[in-house]
Design a protein around this ligand. Structure first.
Ligand SMILES: C[S@@+](CC[C@H](N)C(=O)[O-])C[C@H]1O[C@@H](n2cnc3c(N)ncnc32)[C@H](O)[C@@H]1O
Length: 198
């Protein structure tokens, strides 16, 4: 039986999982980090076969990646995150959960070689450039121009991927996704979308 700090406790609820994080990150959770049940469902769609490499574009404190990696230990999950402080929180949570099939990368997703990754998770990461309610911090420059630039880079990267590429979107308008992707399902009141490239 797990002690209250063991995996079955940590993954039992968002409140339990969020205790892995700083008070500030816990306060941001309901607005900015993927809930556990959504992460599990998204991972189920993205886990297209053992050994696949799945990238969370804008991984925050790593909640999607760590949850997905916990439930799909034969897949590898990556998170790219532009804020170093959030990557540091993600690594602390990774170590606390003894998760080995995850890697967090500090940087802008635009600098990554997308050939390394098979499938993608996206929780509307660029909206902080146009929506200013409860910001993560005020340390980065945001603007509608940056939003447009990131969106077009996101669109291009998805467009360049081969048939069979899977995508899970959360709180993300449909027109962010290239027409070559077919939506297979919508869950969580339409907020969670499962896509595959034709
Ligand atoms: C809505 S949060 C989602 C976090 C995580 N994917 C989750 O679901 O728990 C979006 C994150 O994307 C990050 N982000 C935004 N633009 C980015 C970029 N261009 N490159 C890397 N990270 C970015 C933000 O710093 C923020 O942590």
């Amino acid at each position: 039986m797990d002690l209250p700090s063991g995996p079955s406790y940590i993954f039992s609820s968002d409140a339990a999982f969020d205790k892995l994080y700083s008070m500030r990150a816990q306060q941001l959770s309901s607005m900015h980090w993927t809930p556990l049940d959504i992460a599990m469902k998204a991972a189920e769609h993205l886990a297209g076969g053992p050994g696949r490499h799945i990238l969370d574009i804008g991984s925050g404190v790593g909640k999607f990646c760590i949850t997905a990696a916990h439930y799909f230990p034969d897949h590898f999950f990556y998170g790219v995150e532009q804020r170093k402080a959030l990557v540091d929180e993600a690594v602390i949570a990774q170590n606390a959960t003894k998760t080995t099939n995850v890697e967090f990368i500090h940087g802008n997703f635009t600098a990554l070689d997308m050939n390394r990754f098979d499938h993608f998770y996206f929780y509307n990461s660029f909206s902080e450039n146009i929506v200013h309610e409860k910001p993560i911090d005020n340390l980065l420059q945001t603007s509608p121009e940056i939003y447009e630039e990131y969106l077009s880079r996101f669109y291009e990267l998805l467009d360049d991927k081969p048939a069979g590429t899977r995508l899970a979107t959360y709180h993300c308008p449909d027109d962010y996704v290239p027409a070559g992707y077919k939506r297979l399902r919508q869950l969580a009141g339409g907020t969670l979308g499962f896509w595959v490239k034709q």
